[in-house]
Design a protein around this ligand. Structure first.
Ligand code: ATP
Ligand code: PRP
Ligand code: NIO
Length: 487
């Protein structure tokens, strides 16, 4: 039935739902926005991913009898009438989101939920779970792949992923960001991602000789065989044996596809292996490398002149090894009071953690002359000046004295309506379309923002009105002891 269970949530959501229900406020509307505060891996951008799974979840999620029975066992002793409300519940709200593959930046809303507080609260945990992980892996994949844009990247991470669903959805995220295929066969079937596979050391170890192992493998898979050449000695035995078997294949009118290097100095070994293959007139045989690769090793290997055509990347991609979590949060932006929305703010001693109150639209401003992105711009939902293409002042929300005026721009609204009154209204793009869209997104940015090391900070500006609202609310909350209420 449901892809993600209703109880895949934190207990505090159920407790807040219950307290709202007891208080009679559970049907009151609320608007939550999902955003993250810091880019991962020191990258200049993140790649939005997870929307397809979020929509499947929100459309299908229901409380099952087993889940209701489990809640009945809890020490909170929820009223039966509350459990009955859960039994009859399905999501009825509205969702706006940026499309998967979009380049996104800190503090901007990438998904917005408008619904009854009861339901908007429940779905927070699962939505964050999905978007945080998939966005993180898509970002890592995009970053890794840009180190050698002309080469082919394969996702090899399933054995090290944090269990099955992370492997499957992480693979999809990597594909969005430009990986060409995966070793995970189930992901290939589920998403129509190209699947490929070489062989393990065990295949060679399990034969009396490497040559015999290679021969048997190419006989079984004459057009698909890739030979792993490092089981005993890459240059003295692996590559010469692969060449010999390749020649035998040629005698049958076929060609060896590739060899794989999985240990040792891969700059040296790949250069030597390439020479040997070329000398044997086997320019068509590609060299695949794997073994703990990430953007740093790949960049270094390229700088050393490594002759590698295909990179198999596993552990460090699928686990987002150097930053294993994206800190995406889901914050209340507005709440219903007397039939209208009142902006809501989360105050913090840390200025970076103060939320941007109010329901916002998010625009990407594109310079008409260069066609490149200038900044992202958040305005309150009722503001029209961007659609009317009026000149705007861009300023840093934390350091507003840093500003820039622009007028010759095109504005692209990034948050699209994807769900209305609980019904998915989004024409889900195919994975190929999402992948192509991600490429277009990258092309919209100057390389300063997409380079791997010390990228330039891309501007994300608040409208003057959104900024003033934030300042006013901060001011009011600082004086709340003097009797302030936001009614
Ligand atoms: N020329 C190179 N420059 C930089 N890093 C490299 C180079 N060649 C290999 N590496 C990387 O160095 C790390 C260690 O490689 P190493 O050769 O020690 O693996 P290994 O221990 O031989 O392999 P294994 O234990 O898996 O059989 C790997 O992450 C690998 O990708
Ligand atoms: O290194 P990754 O980026 O995760 O790529 C996947 C690794 O998985 C396999 O190794 P295996 O699991 O057999 O272990 P190994 O480290 O001993 O090669 C393969 O030979 C790669 O080295
Ligand atoms: O096909 C391969 O070579 C492969 C697949 C998964 C992990 N390591 C290698």
């Amino acid at each position: 039935m449901t892809t993600i269970p209703a109880l895949h949530t934190d207990k505090y959501q159920i407790n807040m739902m219950y307290a709202h229900w007891k208080q009679g406020t559970h049907r009151r509307k609320a608007v939550f926005e999902l955003f993250f505060r810091k880019l991962p891996f020191g990258n200049g951008y993140a790649v939005s991913a997870g929307l397809e799974r979020v929509l499947a979840y929100v459309t299908q999620v229901r409380f099952t009898e087993e889940e209701i029975d489990f809640l009945r066992t809890q020490p909170e002793q929820y009223d039966e009438a509350f459990l009955e409300a859960l039994r009859n519940w399905s999501f009825t709200g509205n969702i706006h989101a940026v499309p998967e593959g979009t380049l996104v930046f800190p503090s901007e809303p990438i998904l917005r939920v408008e619904g009854e507080i009861f339901e908007a609260q429940l779905i927070e945990t699962a939505i964050l779970n999905v978007v945080n992980y998939q966005t993180l892996v898509a970002t890592k994949a995009s970053r890794i792949r840009r180190t050698a844009i002309q080469d082919t990247f394969l996702e090899f991470g399933t054995r090290r992923a944090h269990e099955e669903s992370a492997a499957i959805w992480g693979t999809r995220a990597a594909y969005i960001a430009g990986f060409a295929g995966t070793s995970n066969v189930a992901a290939g079937m589920k998403f129509q991602i190209p699947v490929s596979g070489t062989h393990a050391h065990a295949w060679v170890q399990d034969h009396d000789s490497e040559l015999e192992a290679f021969r048997a493998f190419v006989q079984a898979l004459p057009d698909q065989a890739v030979l792993l050449v490092d089981t005993y000695d890459t240059l003295k035995s692996g590559v010469p044996n692969a060449i010999q078997v390749g020649k035998e294949l040629e005698a049958q009118g076929r060609q060896l596809k590739a060899i794989r290097l999985d240990s040792g100095d891969m700059a040296y070994l790949s250069v030597e292996a390439r020479k040997m293959l070329d000398q044997a007139n086997m320019q068509h045989v590609k060299i695949i490398a794997s073994n703990d690769l990430d953007e740093h090793t790949i960049l270094n290997l390229c700088a050393q002149g490594a002759k590698i055509d295909v990179w198999g990347v596993g552990t460090k991609l699928i686990t987002a090894y150097d930053q294993p979590a994206l800190g995406g949060v889901y914050k209340l932006a507005a709440r219903e009071v007397d039939g209208g929305y009142v902006p809501s703010i989360k105050i913090s001693g840390n200025p970076e953690k103060i939320s941007n109150p109010g329901i916002k639209k998010l625009y990407r401003l594109i310079d008409r002359k260069s066609g490149k992105a200038i900044a992202d711009y958040m305005a309150l939902a009722h503001e029209q000046h961007i659609e009317q293409q009026q000149p705007v002042k861009l300023f840093h929300p934390t350091y507003p004295f840093m500003s820039k005026n622009i007028s010759d721009y095109e504005a692209i609204a990034l948050l699209q309506p994807v769900m209305e009154n609980g019904v998915c209204i989004y024409d889900l793009p195919s994975l190929e379309e999402i992948r192509a869209y991600h490429e277009q997104q990258l092309a919209q940015f100057w390389p300063e923002y997409t380079r791997q090391l010390n990228p330039e900070h891309f501007r994300v500006s608040l409208s003057q009105e959104a900024y003033d609202l934030k300042m006013n609310l901060i001011e009011k909350y600082q004086h709340r002891e003097t009797g302030y209420t936001d009614k």
